[in-house]
Ligand binder design. Structure first.
Ligand code: NAD
Ligand code: USQ
Length: 404
């Protein structure tokens, strides 16, 4: 299989690192459904974090083995599986040489900002796992698959909340009469978000130095759960995090509304971020793969479809809840994070639209169905996991077994 004559007619081979996770699982199935040859690489460390912290997905999720067996039974399609840690370069080399990817989609990181702020060891783990994992992927591409396109999940949080418009990766600046296009300034505000900045720097450098082709997808906060593929069978169901460590804003608010817990707005609630439906995550990744970066090019796309403040999200969920007969209240929680609570925010997001993204915007009907979905599983909710328990200011070296 090393560069045979039928190379051009072969389906593209895509390695999905982190393919057992929330974004990765939906993406792996979507790409498999679209005719790509897919392999999932995952250490299953995310399932271990849940066990260690006593958390669980709102939705019951099948083991990765049963998920893939089910996918094969339902669609006839095979997804290869490599269980291991990409920080282990020997393991990663084996998977590269065995699967020979044309594209690598890299979701395989510790992705929770609160998790990275629990204690020193979680901060160190997050930066080691994420930065070394990505560095290993870059070396594997250079060594074994020079033409392989890296599609890396970054985050909108790399930019922070500057008082000027946010561009897609680069900004043209005139300074003392001279002009240059430079990387957009990065102001991340957790050890997790900072790990993504470090990744972006390493990727940009290796594109320049080695001619790696890469796309950094600076994704906003993802919401939703069902995609065309994960809806096909209950064993294909995606995870849905609602707890104070891994749960993200809109998904959490839906679960809170479903169980009659007040919506947890941190501080003033003016925190504004980019958001997107998980059905758009899979679409964006497919578009990035189908339109690869050129050798040596470090492309940056801002991957979100709409901006909302936390207060706006709370108002939308309150309104949608009322339609379902839920009495939704909101409380102000002292902000466990250090972040701007009232700020300017205007981020560009046109490059994926130009490639053909057709966004699923947050309509009333979508919010209704997401709320209905969470109501269906409300008996599985552990209310003790809802309030935030990790403080940006109190983090220290003392190991925390359960977030204090
Ligand atoms: P997730 O925790 O659900 O999935 C991540 C997966 O990666 C897990 O299955 C985990 O076991 C695996 N993994 C972690 N470290 C690994 C390693 N060293 N080797 C092999 N596998 C490893 O997270 P998610 O929500 O699906 O996020 C996926 C990616 O998308 C992350 O990089 C995250 O930063 C990015 N992202 C997520 C969101 C969001 O709202 N969920 C928003 C923006 C960006
Ligand atoms: N927030 C609340 N109440 C809550 C939860 C969150 O007010 O109950 C606020 C937070 O303080 C923050 C905002 O909502 O200002 C977003 O928080 P979040 O937990 O939804 O998202 P975040 O920590 O930024 O992280 C998530 C993913 C991460 C991804 C990031 C994209 O976990 O992997 O990188 O979204 S972005 O926000 O664009 O950086």
């Amino acid at each position: 299989s090393n560069g045979s004559a039928n190379e051009a007619s072969k389906a593209q081979r895509v390695m999905v690192i982190g393919g057992d996770g929330y974004c990765g699982w939906a993406t792996a199935l979507h790409l498999s459904n679209k005719g790509y040859e897919v392999a999932i690489v995952d250490s299953l460390v995310r399932r271990l974090f849940d066990h260690q912290l006593g958390l669980d997905s709102l939705t019951p999720i099948a083991s990765i083995h049963n998920r893939l067996r089910c996918w094969k039974a339902v669609t006839g399609k095979t997804i290869e599986l490599f269980i291991g840690d990409i920080c282990d370069f020997e393991f990663l080399s084996e998977t590269f040489n065995s699967f020979e990817p044309d594209a690598v989609v890299h979701f395989g990181e510790q992705r929770s900002a609160p998790y990275s702020m629990i204690d020193r060891s979680r901060a160190v783990f997050t930066q080691h796992n994420n930065v070394i994992g990505t560095l290993n992927v870059l070396f594997a591409i250079k060594e074994f698959r020079e033409q392989c396109h890296l599609v890396k999940l970054g985050t909108m949080g790399e930019y922070g909340t500057p008082n000027i418009d946010i561009e897609e990766g680069y900004i043209t600046i005139t300074h003392n009469g001279r002009t240059d296009t430079l990387p957009y300034p990065k102001q991340a505000s957790s050890f997790y978000h900072l790990s993504k900045v470090h990744d972006s720097n390493n990727i940009a450098f290796t594109c320049k130095a080695w001619g790696i082709r890469a796309t950094d997808l600076n994704q906003g906060v993802v919401y939703g759960v069902r995609t065309d593929e994960t809806s096909l069978h209950e064993d294909l169901c995606n995870r849905f995090d609602y707890d104070g460590v891994f749960g993200t804003a809109l998904n959490r608010f839906c679960v809170q509304a479903a169980v009659g817990h007040p919506l947890t707005v941190y501080g003033k609630g003016g925190q504004t971020r980019g958001y997107l439906d998980i059905r758009d995550t899979v679409q964006c990744v497919e578009l990035a793969i189908a339109n690869p970066a050129k050798p040596g090019e470090f492309r940056v796309f801002n991957q979100f479809t709409e901006q909302f403040s936390v207060n706006e999200l709370a108002a939308l969920v309150t309104k949608a809840g009322a339609k379902l007969g839920l009495n939704v209240e909101t409380i102000t929680v002292p902000n466990p994070r250090v972040e701007a609570e009232e700020h300017y925010y205007n981020a560009k997001h046109t490059k994926l639209i130009e490639l053909g993204l057709k966004p699923h915007l947050l309509s009333d009907s979508l919010l209704d169905s997401l709320l209905n979905f969470t109501v269906q599983f409300k008996d599985r909710v552990d209310r003790k996991q809802i309030m935030p328990s990790v403080s940006w200011r109190k983090i220290g070296v003392k190991p925390q077994t359960v977030p204090a």
